[in-house]
Design a binder for this molecule. Structure first.
Ligand SMILES: *[C@@H]1O[C@H](CO)[C@@H](O)[C@H](O)[C@H]1NC(C)=O
Length: 302
C-alpha cells in the first residue's frame, strides 16, 4: 500500500510536475511520463489481501504493464524508439509487505503460516519475486500474443533500471503491536525477524540479477536503513487516528492535530512526512546501507 506514495514522491524528486497517473485511468497523452500500477493490499502472492476484496496482484500489475507497452508502441509508431524509451525509464518495485500483513500474519484467513516456516516462506516469496522481476519478459511475450501482434525483439521491451525496495519494519506498525504485543520491547521482534529473513535474501537477489543480466541495472533500497533517523530524531509510532480492529482509522474520528509529528497515520500507513523522508533518502542515499549499488538519482542517470 505504502509503495504508491513512495513511488509518487520519488516521482516528484525526478522532476515530474504531477503525480504519476494510475494505470486504471491513464490517458494516451500521459502514458509516456510513467504509470503507477500500485494496488492497496496487493502482494507477490496472488491470494494476498483477498479477504479485503479486489486488488491487483503483482502478476496482474505486470500484465497491465505489458498492455501499457503495447499501447505505447502503437502510439509511438516506431519500435526502435519505444524500446530505447523503455530502457531509460526507472522502475520502482515495492511489494511484499502485504504478503506478511495480509497473508502470513493472518492465520485465520490464510494457511501460509501452517504450510511454511518463516524461513521457507521468505524463500518461496523471493523465488516468486525473482521470476516476476526477470521472467516478466515472458509475461510480456504472452501478453503480446493475447493483445497485439508479436514483436521479435521482445527482450528489448523489458525494463533496464529497476529499484527493488526491501520490506519495512512491519513489527513496528501500531496495528501489529496492538495485535501481537511487544513484551516491553519497542516493536514485535518476531515479526521483524520474519521480515528480515526476506530482506536478507533480496540484496543477494539484486546482485545475482546484475550479474546474470549484464545490460540491466538493479538496485536494492533498504527500507530498514532509510527509516532509521540519521540524527536520532525519533518520531513516535503512535498512530495519528483512532484505530479500528483492522488497523484502519475509525471513520469520521478526529485525527491528531499535527500529523507532522507522527510516523504512522493509521495502524499501517505512514504519514506524508515519513513518506517524504523515505523517498528523499532512497533518491539520495545518506549511508551506503541505504541503497546498493545505486540510489535512485544515480540509477536514473546511468
Ligand atoms: C525510429 O526511432 C529511431 C530511434 O529514435 C530513429 O533513429 C528513427 O529515425 C525512427 N524511425 C522513423 C521511421 O521515424
Amino acid at each position: 500500500m505504502m509503495w504508491q506514495i513512495v513511488c509518487l514522491i520519488s516521482g516528484q524528486l525526478l522532476g515530474f510536475v504531477n503525480y504519476i497517473p494510475p494505470y486504471a485511468t491513464v490517458t494516451n497523452q500521459e502514458i509516456s511520463t510513467g504509470v503507477n500500477y500500485g494496488s492497496g493490499t496487493a502482494g507477490i502472492r496472488d491470494e494476498t489481501g483477498s479477504h479485503l476484496g479486489d486488488r491487483v496482484s503483482y502478476d496482474k500489475q505486470l500484465l497491465n504493464h505489458a498492455k501499457i507497452i503495447s499501447r505505447l508502441s502503437l502510439l509511438q509508431h516506431n519500435m526502435t524508439f519505444t524500446q530505447e524509451y523503455l530502457k531509460k525509464c526507472v522502475y520502482i518495485s515495492v511489494i511484499g509487505n502485504n504478503d506478511y500483513i495480509n497473508n502470513y500474519l493472518m492465520p485465520n484467513n490464510y494457511p501460509t503460516s501452517r504450510i511454511y516456516t518463516i524461513d521457507q516462506y521468505a524463500a518461496v516469496l523471493v523465488k516468486q519475486y525473482s521470476k516476476q522481476l526477470t521472467v516478466s519478459i515472458l509475461t510480456i511475450f504472452l501478453c503480446c500474443i493475447v493483445y497485439l501482434k508479436c514483436y521479435n525483439t521482445l527482450y528489448k521491451l523489458g525494463a533496464r533500471k529497476i529499484a527493488v525496495f526491501s520490506l519495512g519494519l512491519i513489527g513496528c506498525t501500531p496495528s501489529e503491536i496492538a495485535q501481537f504485543g511487544t513484551d516491553g520491547r519497542p516493536c514485535v521482534d518476531s515479526i521483524n525477524d520474519a521480515v528480515s529473513r526476506l530482506n536478507n535474501r533480496l540484496k543477494p537477489l539484486v546482485d545475482d540479477l546484475n550479474n546474470d543480466l549484464s545490460d540491466a541495472r538493479f538496485t536494492f533500497i533498504n527500507l530498514t536503513s532509510i527509516s532509521t533517523p540519521p540524527e536520532g530524531v525519533t518520531l513516535p509510532t503512535e498512530p495519528c487516528c483512532q484505530l479500528r480492529a483492522d488497523g484502519q482509522c475509525v471513520p469520521n474520528s478526529i485525527p491528531c492535530p499535527n500529523r507532522n509529528l507522527t510516523i504512522f497515520y493509521d495502524g499501517f500507513h505512514t504519514t506524508e512526512i515519513a513518506n517524504t523522508a523515505f523517498a528523499t533518502r532512497s533518491y539520495t542515499a545518506l549511508s551506503p546501507m541505504d541503497a546498493s549499488p545505486y540510489d535512485i538519482s544515480h540509477l536514473a542517470q546511468l
